[in-house]
Design a protein around this ligand. Structure first.
Ligand code: WQD
Length: 339
């Protein structure tokens, strides 16, 4: 299929592009490079062994988005593009709503106008909100505790309503748990633009010496060791889930489907730290501090629907995730080259 990948220069998008090309699909990437460095394109071309067709613009530009679909055929779209920093969304809610919702409106409007009906959407376990029981199942109600989370809740609702208005749509809502890790080559990986908010890239930067120590946000949760428990999923497993969803959209009768992409296994902060120490071969300093506002004790998936309906399940272990993350970080201490 000829697949448009929005945000294809980003962390999850780039890993998915490699697997799409390997699966024989023709890929066009559209990315504003607001959250990605252009140097990732060369890394992707080296990994895929062919030139990458990249269009550099923002999907909120309705005219450019319409022009792309008016002049080129696409069989499907995988929509990764969007702002995703929880803390930043609290500081800049209007920018988050405008960008995340606006890009989806612009994209879906152009798809509808030009008969492109297959869409795989990057959603998040964050839509389960703060009170959800674990393991989290797709039929739970959705809510959010921050503007980023609300943009995902709202985009899901928009897409459900679009699918209800025209049953020729085939839409997959993929709810990611905690994506971590990197391609086994170590040439592409997670490259936060500032000090990482998320645990795994923060651990990686402590391990490589860019950061002094990990601050553990609370050890008084009702969990195995008091620290927060999350469902970490290898980005390569996550990418494979997108390929499986893309292929399923050709067969499913449902206009819209929702699938968790998680392992179903929870790992605590201190357990992940220990795994990363095994990967990098040295101890990592940490200090327990107060809980982070908005954090929940535990989050992990019920992954059975994706296994039953997509024939997909995550296979990589937490040690695999840490080993691949460490290889990327140690080979790229400052992340991707600038420019
Ligand atoms: C994991 C655990 C922290 C950093 C976030 C977004 C979510 C999704 C995934 C987009 C928690 C603890 C973390 C640190 C720590 N993103 N921690 N010290 O919060 O589960 O989810 O990323 O969809 O929307 O909310 O991931 O990696 O930030 O935190 O102790 O320096 O690590 O308290 O228990 P989170 P995280």
């Amino acid at each position: 299929m000829r697949v448009l990948v929005s945000g294809g220069a980003g962390y999850i998008g780039s890993h998915t592009v490699v697997q799409l090309v390997a699966a024989g699909h023709e890929v066009v990437v559209v990315d504003s490079f607001a959250n990605a460095k252009p140097s990732v394109v060369g890394r992707l071309e080296a990994l895929t062994g062919r030139p990458l067709d990249v269009r550099s613009f923002d999907l909120t530009d309705v005219d450019k988005t319409e022009h792309l679909f008016a002049h080129e055929p696409f069989d499907a779209v995988i929509h990764f593009a969007g702002f995703k920093a929880v803390g930043e969304s609290v500081e800049k809610p209007l920018e988050y709503y405008e960008n995340n919702l606006g890009s989806t409106f612009s994209l879906v409007r152009a798809m509808r106008r030009h008969g492109v009906a297959k869409l795989v959407f990057s959603s998040s376990a964050t839509v389960y909100g703060a009170q959800a029981p674990v393991p989290m199942r797709e039929d739970l109600p959705t809510s959010a505790t921050n503007p980023y989370g609300w943009t995902k809740v709202m985009q899901e609702q928009v897409l459900r309503d679009v699918a209800a208005s025209d049953p020729t749509w085939r839409i997959a809502l993929l709810r990611y748990f905690n994506p971590v890790g990197a391609h086994a080559s170590g040439t592409i990986g997670e490259d936060p633009s500032d000090i990482p908010n998320n645990l795994m890239p923060y651990l990686a930067q402590v391990a490589v010496g860019r950061l002094e120590k990990l601050l553990v946000y609370g050890d008084d949760y009702d969990t195995v060791d008091g620290t927060g428990v999350r469902d970490y999923i290898h980005v390569e497993d996550l990418a494979a889930g997108h390929i499986a969803a893309l292929h399923q959209l050709g067969d499913t009768r449902a206009p819209v489907s929702t699938w968790n992409l998680g392992t179903g296994t929870g790992t605590s902060v201190l357990q992940l730290l220990a795994a990363f120490e095994r990967a990098c071969g040295h101890t990592l300093p940490y200090e327990v501090v107060a809980r982070r506002a908005g954090d929940i004790a535990a989050s992990y998936a019920d992954p059975t629907r994706a296994e039953a309906e997509l024939g997909w399940r995550a296979t990589r272990t937490v040690d695999d995730m840490c080993a691949d993350s460490w290889r990327w970080q140690s080979q790229n201490p400052r992340g991707y080259p600038e420019g």
